[in-house]
Design a protein around this ligand. Structure first.
Ligand SMILES: [Zn+2]
Length: 672
């Protein structure tokens, strides 16, 4: 008996063996195809119920098997699971392609879509219909055969180019090493970093030390190394990745990707790639994004210039540096930060014992949203370290299952994330509750010390828990609109807003107590945390804006006339430069976020989400950070609503107005 093919509530981890996955996938795909065939073979007139809703609820078993499998592949993988992933991933994309290319299915969907105004649909149903229709039309379902063919060609070319782009960046990163044989060249680096550099050399049978372009090696060197010439050498190597005019150069790839995306958008009747992407974002149009970026730019620029001048003065005073260069920024910023705040993780960690922070985030959720977390032992788990909870509201209604997996292990990828094993939805009168999980990589306890979190880990825990609440409190009809299934530039609101409670005395008093003495974290430390959090915020903001503007410069225009990547980029950076230009470097050729990953026309969303969370939290601050009325409005209009309505509508219903940038500027200290 295959436990994955037997109906289950919580995932039956202890019964699953790796050999169960592939047959389960194959059978569930076959069943899902049969469900689709049933829809297209239906002789009744296409209706919302027999087509859209039927499609929405098809393939549910396949979805559950996929969740279990891919969640395990991230949190508790091994070679066998990875091998299965490589085998089933192409089968799954073939499966979903077959659906989007299914003409009989699209014909029915279009039939329903064309009469949407006379169908008397609820807002959620309209959203679902729109989403289903667009998942076809945005893939060319409405095009004639010739154009369809061209679209497939473009998609095939784009996926090859993006792959090549990424391979080049990776190869360039791996190719470079700075070999140091004189210990003085490592002056300034903390002992741990020196050791890491020595180990790297040893691993390659070399004398001395190696510094590379990988972040864990590159960042500390730029931050701490005294030797300015070496910092320059490393920074130029880092900044010129895939920009050497050799076989690993990405300039042609950048131009081809931008042009193909533009052509694809035109084929589908969109003005530019950004118009195509932003149609499914809260920002909606490139004009809105430009307006947003430029509004912040006007406010952040003077502050950034002031911070830059201060940093330059500091460098001059310290080392007689006249012109601050790109390779000086991290080094002097780190020194200045130490001088101003003298705040390090070791001072804060004793106040953030993991167990205390967990109970703290639960208390915050209880005060705001009436949730109670009960740790249970009767839920099957994939590793003994995973904690399992049942979540109830104050009337003892069951809300969710919550898994929490906090520590690094071999087989778990890095970082922190929220995921789910089962979405919330309503069907046949039942409100099916979700199974949500948080996975992190926090330092574990030792025989003599409990797990003590850095402040960054504390905010990470609150952040992922915020995504978790979005999943747990979901209350929608359709699973594909439930919880975190929202527009890309809206999904970070619930998570980022939760981080704000970590900076508030009233919240910290609930859990930030010294693990030995029980003393509550001193106000003076809290104040320092707040101040250091906005250190050089103007410069940071300017940097983020410059990336957002560069992204839009490639995707929000007709790129056919661009011939020089470097020249185009310099033009885009003009309004945001603080440091002198360097001819040897180019950002676009290694900007994997937008040319390889999914962030094209989406880089702005980092700042967008910050504006949302600051504006939302300002409402809490105004009424009290545990004010029930505001919290309930947030729960009813944002957390429970998922993607059932346009996010701006949801937000305005919560806040009473569109988000404004002022709250972020104030929090960042950019108003003066
Ligand atoms: Zn997040």
């Amino acid at each position: 008996m295959n436990p994955l093919l037997t109906p289950f509530d919580t995932a039956p981890f202890s019964k699953i063996e790796n050999s169960h996955f592939k047959p389960a996938f194959l059978q569930a795909m076959e069943e899902a195809r049969a469900e689709i065939d049933q829809i297209t073979a239906n002789e009744e007139v296409p209706s919302f119920e027999n087509t859209i809703e039927a499609l929405e609820f098809s393939g549910q078993q396949l979805d559950r098997i996929s969740s279990v499998f891919f969640n395990l592949n991230s949190a508790e993988t091994n070679e066998e699971i990875q091998k299965i992933a490589q085998e089933v991933s192409p089968l799954l994309s073939e499966f979903s392609n077959d659906i989007t290319l299914n003409e009989a299915l699209f014909k029915r969907i279009k039939n329903v879509y064309d009469q949407k105004d006379s169908l008397n649909l609820s807002v959620e149903q309209q959203t679902l219909l729109d989403k289903k229709y667009k998942s076809f039309s945005r893939n060319g379902a409405n095009l004639d055969e010739d154009k369809k063919k061209r679209l497939r060609e473009i998609d095939a070319q784009l996926s090859k180019l993006k792959l090549k782009f990424g391979e080049n960046v990776l190869a360039e990163t791996n190719k470079y090493e700075m070999h140091l044989t004189n210990e003085n060249d490592l002056d300034g680096l903390p002992e741990g970093e020196k050791e890491a550099a020595a180990q790297m050399a040893k691993a390659k049978d070399k004398e001395g030390w190696l510094v590379t372009l990988d972040y864990p090696s590159y960042i500390p060197f730029m931050k701490y190394a005294k030797n300015r010439e070496l910092r320059k050498k490393l920074a130029l190597a880092f900044g010129s990745k895939a920009f050497h005019g050799d076989e690993l150069d990405n300039q042609e790839n950048v131009l081809s990707i931008a042009n193909l995306r533009y052509e694809r958008a035109n084929l589908l009747s969109y003005k530019t790639h950004a118009h195509f992407v932003l149609e499914e974002r809260m920002a909606e149009t490139p004009e809105k994004v430009y307006e947003f970026l430029n509004e912040l730019l006007v406010k952040a620029k003077p502050a950034a210039q002031k911070e830059f001048d201060q940093l330059e003065d500091f460098a001059k005073e310290l080392d007689s540096i006249d012109q601050l260069e790109k390779w000086d920024g991290s080094y002097y910023s780190e020194k200045l930060k130490q001088k101003l705040f003298n705040l390090d993780d070791e001072k804060l960690k004793p106040y953030f014992k993991l167990e205390n922070v967990i109970s703290g985030v639960f208390k915050v959720a209880e005060k705001l949203f009436d949730l109670k977390f009960e740790e249970v032992t009767d839920i099957d788990k994939y590793h003994e370290e995973v904690k399992t909870y049942k979540v109830y509201d104050t009337s003892n209604n069951f809300i969710s299952v919550f898994y929490a997996d906090f520590h690094p292990r071999k087989g778990k990828r890095g970082g922190a994330w929220m995921t789910s094993y089962k979405p919330q939805y309503r069907r046949n009168g039942d409100n099916v509750r979700p199974h949500v999980s948080n996975v992190c990589n926090f330092t574990r306890s030792t025989p003599s010390k409990p797990s003590l979190l850095t402040f960054n880990e504390v905010t990470t825990l609150f952040h992922e828990f915020g995504h978790g609440l979005h999943g747990m409190l979901a209350n929608t009809t359709y699973p594909s609109l439930s919880g975190t299934s929202v527009f890309w530039d809206f999904v970070e609101l619930p998570s980022q807003v939760m981080e704000n409670w970590c900076y508030e005395q009233e919240a910290l008093e609930l859990f930030a107590t010294h693990y030995e003495t029980g003393e509550v974290i001193p106000m003076e430390l809290v104040q320092k945390i707040k101040e250091s959090a906005t250190f050089q915020e103007g410069m940071q903001t300017l940097r983020q804006l410059s990336f957002g503007l560069l992204d839009m410069s490639w995707h929000g225009v007709d790129p056919t006339g661009i011939t020089s990547v470097k020249q185009h980029e310099s033009e885009a950076f003009k309004g945001t430069n603080l440091y002198p230009e360097t001819d040897e470097t180019c950002m676009s050729t290694a900007f994997s976020h937008i040319f390889q990953g999914g962030y094209s026309s989406g880089y702005y969303s980092y700042k967008w989400a910050e504006v949302l969370d600051a504006d939302a939290f300002a409402y809490f601050k105004e009424k009290g950070i545990f004010n029930k009325e505001v919290a309930t409005k947030f729960k009813d209009n944002v957390l429970s609503k998922g993607g059932t309505e346009n996010p701006m509508t949801l937000y305005k219903r919560f806040r009473g107005a569109e988000p404004k940038v002022e709250a972020l500027l104030e929090r960042a200290g950019l108003l003066n």
